[in-house]
Structures are given as C-alpha cells and as structure tokens.
Design a binder for this molecule. Structure first.
Ligand SMILES: Cc1ncc(COP(=O)(O)O)c(C=O)c1O
Length: 375
C-alpha cells in the first residue's frame, strides 16, 4: 500500500495562490539579487557558468566547503543532493530493506519514515511527550529497538516542534543505537536556526561511528529554491548512496552548486544564519503577542529553534476543519496537526516580514472569534 506524504500533499495542493502563507518551514527566502549582493558574488561568475551537467556527486570545491563543517571528514565523506529531500530518499533506498525496522519520534516530518514504509519497512514510533515540552523518554527509545532495527531517525532541531534534544536524550538515542548496531540518521536541516541562543545545535557527526547526517541550504540559509542538500557519512556508505543518486536525479543543478559554493563560504555563511535568526526571533514574538489576545485558547512550547511553532488550541473544532476555514475564509494557510498525527494543534511559520505576518495573524484571530461565538 502506498503511503502519501501527508504534509507535502497538503502544501503542494494549497500553498500556491494563497496570500498569507504560514505553512512553510523555513525563513522568508531571498531573491537571487539579494543573495548575490550578500555573498559578494561577481555577476559574471554566474553569466559565465557553463550550463553543462555538473559533477554528479557535487563539485569538489563545494564538497570541501561542506566537509570543513564536519571534523575528521574530507570531500569523499560528502554527497551533494537535490535538497535534503533526495538525501532522505537515498538513505531509505540504501540503508533499509523490506522487512527491516527503524525507530522515529513523533510528531515528525514524515519523509524518511514515509519512504521507509513505502519500502516495506516497519517504522516504530516513540511519541514525544506533549505535556513535557515534547521531551523524549530514553527508556522508551531503548525499549523500541530490537534485532531488526537498522536505523534510528532523528530530526534535530525537530520539525514541527522546534525542539532541540537535551544531552540526556542524545545519549539515550546513541546508547539505544549502539545496543543493536543500528545507524543514527540525523536530519539537521534546522541547525543554525536557534531562537534562544547564538550557539549552534551540536551535530550528531562524530558522536557515534554509524552516523549519517543530512542538511541543506533550505532552512538556516533561507535558500530553498536552490534545491541543494547534502549527506555526510562514512565514505563507503556515501558511495553506496551516490550509486542510488545516479538513478534518482544524476545531480542537482550547476547554477545551484555555484550559488551554494558562495553561500557556504565565510563570511557569507554567518551573515545568512544571522539573517535567519533575526527573522525567527522577531517573528516568534509577533506570533505570541497576537495569540495572547485570547485567554486560555493557545499554548506553545517555545521552539528552541526553527521558524515554526506547533501551537496547541483549545477550540471546539478539529485541526483540519480549522485550517480549511482559515484558507477559505481568510486566505491564510497553516498546517493542521492532523497531518502530524496530533489533534488540536497547527504548525505556524513566523519568520516573515512583520506587516505580512501581522495581517495574517489578524485574519486568523477573526476566524477564532467566529468559532468562539458559535460555540
Ligand atoms: C526535517 C526536514 N527535512 C528535510 C526537509 C526537506 O528540505 P529540502 O529538500 O528543501 O532541503 C524538510 C523540509 O521542510 C524538513 O523539514
């Protein structure tokens, strides 16, 4: 049986044409001109780029730039992919076989888990504790692994909650993986988007010997349209993913590689991350102020990182109905919690220009008032 990717289906069917879109997970994206100005790229570098097939596993220069972020690696430990999306698919196709099992934490962005389920893999979910700021119980992780567990999948910082794992949780996950020799696949696309600290979330890279890390230019760098991601891991596992990459996409685009080379070079990289954090911090304040207008209706475990808040609501309406009323009546798009298997929540992205954000929140509150009136 085919399992559709619920969140992405909701987005791809509804997000184009909507005026107040708070359903994306990244920060407000940049124009090509803003990027070229910020990174100080000579426009001629772009005009003279040959639109040939690029180096399939990623240009050596780009892979070296990426490997510099992961101690002890070189360019052979890196594969450049079409976003983190392709990286997840390659992981599923390379590390998992039908009949295997894997462990993941819910609520979660269901890409790797969906790919795995479509491959006949048994996905065992450990629920994060909603009333405990979405914490993970390390004993539950240990109880979930077994002889067929091939990998533990973490998204850190998490989508949709923005939570960063504590040291105790990280150690519990590593101990559980080590107890059965499983891989840890760490999706780290939200590293760099920290809201409450200037310290980047530590990578899983180097914490354990069987780790595959994936990341992309989409979130902390605000460049989702480049469709450029990467996988970092032991060289033999990266080569095995590269063989699947030749089937899946051949390569990401030449122009994207050129722009990513410039974006990931200092001081551009730091400037992009600082821009993302600025938008995230002010956006979250605007969101919480707007939601505080109603008493005892909304609660949010403040996200440690990411542009997203997973907002709990106390209203006599289910999350899918609320989301559909918002889009039909007010041209406002949020993702219903049902798409993450959690009711009475919606996911809201707030790292956006202030005026646009405020107007959408005003409209959201109009629908909420109407729901309360007719209750
Ligand atoms: C946790 C996570 N991983 C991967 C992706 C895919 O990102 P991209 O393909 O744009 O790099 C997303 C996008 O929302 C995400 O939230």
């Amino acid at each position: 049986m085919f399992h559709p990717f619920d969140v992405e289906q909701f987005l791809s069917e509804l997000e184009h044409g909507v005026k107040y879109n708070y359903s994306e997970s990244g920060v407000h994206p940049m124009t090509l001109r803003e990027l070229v100005d910020l990174v100080g790229l000579e426009p001629d570098v772009l005009w003279n780029t040959m639109l040939d097939y690029p180096q399939v596993n990623g240009s050596t220069f780009l892979r070296e730039k990426i490997s510099a972020m992961y101690p002890g690696t070189n360019a052979d430990n890196v594969l450049v992919t079409v976003g983190a999306t392709e990286a997840n698919t390659l992981i599923a196709n390379t590390l998992l076989q039908p009949g295997d099992s894997m462990v993941a934490f819910r609520p979660i962005y269901e890409q790797l888990t969906g790919d795995a389920r479509n491959r006949g893999v048994d996905v065992r979910y450990v629920d994060m504790e909603a009333d405990n700021g979405w914490a993970i119980d390390p004993e539950a992780v240990m109880a979930a692994v077994g002889p067929t567990t091939k990998l533990i999948h973490v998204i850190n910082p998490n989508n949709p909650t923005g939570r960063v794992l504590s040291n105790r949780e990280r150690e519990g996950i590593i101990a559980a993986a080590a107890s059965v020799g499983a891989w840890i696949v760490a999706d780290e696309v939200y590293i760099g988007t920290e809201r409450d600290t200037d310290e980047a979330t530590p990578s899983f890279w180097g914490a354990y010997d069987k780790v595959m890390v994936l990341n992309s230019t989409s979130k902390a760098y605000g460049l989702p349209g480049l469709r450029l991601g990467w996988l970092v891991g032991p060289a033999d596992a990266i080569t095995a993913c590269w063989r699947r990459h030749e089937y899946a996409s051949v390569a990401t685009s030449t122009v994207s590689m050129k722009l990513a080379e410039a974006a990931l070079a200092e001081p551009a990289r730091t400037a992009l991350v600082e821009r993302a954090r600025r938008l995230i911090r002010t956006g979250f304040e605007t969101l919480t102020e707007a939601l505080a207008v109603h008493h005892n209706i909304f609660t949010v475990a403040p996200p440690h990182a990411s542009a997203m808040s997973f907002v709990r609501f106390n209203l006599p309406i289910d999350s899918e109905t609320l989301a559909m009323r918002l889009v039909r009546e007010q041209d406002v798009l949020v993702i219903p919690g049902s798409r993450f298997h959690v009711e009475n929540h919606f996911r809201f992205s707030s790292a956006l220009p202030e005026a646009h954000l405020k107007e959408g929140l005003r409209r959201l509150n109009l629908v909420v008032e109407d729901v309360l009136k007719s209750a």
